[in-house]
Every structure is written in C-alpha cells, then in structure tokens.
Design a protein around this ligand. Structure first.
Ligand code: F1P
Length: 357
C-alpha cells in the first residue's frame, strides 16, 4: 500500500512535464480542428461534471474571449434534464464535452441528447485524458491529455492539462499562435520554486477554519476548482465566489480564522485588490495571486504571488491553480486525511442507466 498522499503529491508536482507532453499531443491534433472553422457555428457549449464543469466555465469564457463567438457552459446533467433551457440553436452549436475519465454517465448522456437533438449532425469535441472510452470514441474530434492520467481520485494534473488543451483549442480556432503556451511549464517550475513553502505554511495553519476562493472572468472556474480541491481533499469549509459578489453577503462570514485567496485578473486588477484589502480590514488573512504585484509600496497586507509569466491573459489561467492544489494537499495531510482517496468519492460517478430517464 502506498503512503497516503503519495499519488496526489507526485501528480501535482509533475505538472510542468505533463503540460509539455500535453502541448506536444495538441500540436499533432491541431490541424484536425481547422475543419470546425468552416462550419456555420454561432456558439460553443462546454459541459462537464464536478472539476470538469468548473473547467468548462473557464473554457467557455476563453472561447468567447478569443473567438468573439458565444461560449456558454452548463453541467452535463442540464442538456439531459432541461434541454429546452440549454439548446437554443443546436445546429449552430459546437458541443465541447470535458471529462477526465471519458465515462461519466451524465456527460455521456448529454452527448447522446445533443446528437438526438441535431439528428446526428451536431459537432462534438471531447477533451479528456483517455481517448479509448465511450466519450473519446464517439467524438468528432478528441483532444486527449493521456500523459495526465492519475491514480488519485481528485483531479489535479488532469484538470490543468485538459485546461491547457481548452486554452490551445480556443486559441487555435481564433487563429492565434498557440506556441506561447510552451512557456507555461517553465513558469510553473518557477512558481513551485518560489512559493511552495508559502502553500505549505498556509495549508498547515490550523488556525484557519474557512477558505474563500475569489475569482471573476476567466478565473471564476479556477476559483471554483480550487474550492473543490480544498473540500474533496481536506473536508474543510471552502467556498468560491465572483470577486465583487463577495461583498454582497458572503463577507459576513469573514473573521480572523478566514483565509481569502484572491485570483486577481488583469482587467479588474484595481477593483479586485480593493475587495481583498477590505476583507483584510475585517481580519481575514489574504493570499493574492496576480500576474504582477502592485506597483509602488506594498506594505504586506497580503501574501502575494506574482506569476510574472509574461504571457497574454488568455494563456495564464492554468498557472493560478497548482499552488492551490498544494494548499489543499498540505491541509489534508496535516489533518490526517488521505488526499488520494477523498471521503465517499470515486474517480467516476457512474449512475444506473435509468437514473437520467
Ligand atoms: C468528474 C468528477 C470529478 C470528481 C470525482 C468524480 O469526472 O465529478 O470532478 O472529482 O472524481 O468525477 P470526469 O467526468 O471528469 O471523469
């Protein structure tokens, strides 16, 4: 039997190498995406469950930002249970189904529902870690991060690698150069070298009782995924909100036993730092992650992680997450839990065939 946490730790720390392999795999598949550019598509609908639902939020936001075409997201159950709310113009929709396992019942059923709705004419892209699965095999195009497969139940390198694929896909469809993404692995190596100890110290701080992950725009899905990691791995109180939404009620929960992690965006940098500063005034401890630290005097009111990636905004989201995966990992380890095997959770949620009928 492996010691608890071994898989999760090595999967988190292997992300730089696995991202490199994932980008190589993308380059081999990229030409096949060109056929999608010629279709009369007005929308991409991203679907997934749990982590891959959160990934879909950022994927859809990236798609819309880069292509100027609508990018929307729903949990995989929605096209099955609420089809009229989801399918606006299905024949002009590209369905992007995201699933590590390629077998999650709701996501498989959603693809089937889409195929039926479009009499088999709708186009489906699958982003996964395993091509040889029901979803991988039925896709019109499958983008696979095979090197990112995991032993752990909670997704870490699989999430970030599938996110890198979603970033690359959106950029390619928008006619942008995707080779800038090649700088991600080295940028992550630097973040691990400079800030691993901070993630550990905060993760092992038993004085913290509540975690809030705040992020907006491209980063809201990442904030939600960081929240889920903290919940799954360490069974801690953990919530995610849009940055400025936090003032509209949730901030009532803030006190000295609160850690607020701010995933600070470029477009709303000033406004988001002001939310964090206000919460620090209410006693919260703040970890801010941003491309750059504030200019001028920064009097240390927050622990600051500056990504300094030099990458365009659309290429950065994956860099915000790995230190937060470490935060969840160290929290779980210091509380005696096994982050490899979260309570009650399996790697795949498989439902009986008739559950969704
Ligand atoms: C998604 C998922 C995970 C969750 C757990 C169960 O699976 O909900 O987000 O952590 O492992 O499955 P998948 O469709 O991405 O394989």
């Amino acid at each position: 039997m492996t010691e608890r946490g071994t898989h999760t730790y090595s999967e988190i720390m292997s992300q730089p190498q696995v991202w490199t392999q994932t980008l190589e795999a993308f380059e081999r598949k990229a030409p096949a995406l060109d056929a999608l550019r010629d279709l009369p598509l007005t929308q991409a609908l991203f679907i997934g469950c749990g982590s891959t639902h959160y990934l879909s939020m950022t994927g859809a936001a990236l798609y819309q930002t880069l292509t100027n075409s609508s990018g929307v997201t729903q949990p995989s159950s929605a096209p099955v249970l609420f089809p009229d709310l989801v399918f606006v113009s299905p024949f002009e929709t590209l369905l992007v189904a995201v699933s590590r396992s390629g077998t999650t019942t709701e996501t498989v059923a959603a693809v089937k529902a889409f195929r039926e709705r479009t009499a088999g004419k709708g186009r489906v892209v699958v982003i996964t870690c395993d091509e040889d699965t029901p979803l991988g095999q039925t896709a019109d195009l499958c983008l696979a991060a095979s090197a990112a497969q995991e032993q752990s139940v909670a997704q870490t390198r699989s999430f970030s690698s599938m996110l890198v694929l979603a970033q690359a896909m959106a950029a390619h469809l928008a006619g942008k150069q995707t080779d800038v993404l090649g700088a991600l692995p080295a940028a992550l190596e630097r973040l691990f070298a400079d800030h691993h100890n901070l993630a550990r110290t905060l993760g092992e701080d038993t004085g913290i009782e509540r975690f809030f992950f705040l992020g907006s725009g491209l980063l809201h899905g990442i904030a939600c995924e960081a929240m889920l990691k903290m919940k799954e791995m360490s069974l801690s109180y953990s919530e995610a909100f849009h940055m400025l939404e936090f003032r509209h009620g949730p901030m009532s929960m803030v006190d000295e036993k609160t850690l607020i992690v701010g995933l600070v965006s470029a477009p709303a940098y000033k406004q988001e730092l002001s939310v964090l500063r206000q919460m620090q005034g209410y006693g919260a401890r703040i970890l801010a992650i941003a491309e750059e630290a504030p200019a001028g005097d920064f009097d240390g009111w927050a622990d600051m992680v500056a990504l300094r990636s030099g990458l365009p905004e659309w290429a950065r989201p994956a860099l915000y997450l790995p230190l937060l995966q470490l935060l969840g990992y160290y929290r779980a380890m210091s509380r005696g839990q096994n982050p490899d095997r979260p309570a009650k959770l399996d790697a795949v949620v498989s439902l009986d065939a008739d559950t969704l009928e």
